[in-house]
Design a protein around this ligand. Sequence first.
Ligand SMILES: [Zn+2]
Length: 118
Amino acid sequence: MSAADYRLRRPIARWDDDRKYAACPRCQADVSASLGAPSVPTLRLANQNPIRVDGETINARGYICEACRYILAIAPAAAVVDVGGAADESTPWIRLGAVFVDGSKRPIVVPRREVRPR
Ligand SMILES: [Zn+2]
């Protein structure tokens, strides 16, 4: 299956008694086990200055709902990893703009090693 088939949304938080888990906003499935860095097509990126991404995909911190074909990209504030800006070289992750299903441009979190200075 091609990464281009997957579109971007944010995960939602759901509760099962006192356990909080990540879920798909469309089908409500528990996607917690898929936490990782799924591939996002670079054509879904936006506002790449002052950095650029080479290649056709980049890995974004988040979950996948295979049923709905969504990559559920975690917001920088919720990523539970160290996220920096382009000028701050101390963090392994960096925020990058991307276009979501609703057309909005919002930040996702990607490995710094996958971006290059312009
Ligand atoms: Zn789903």
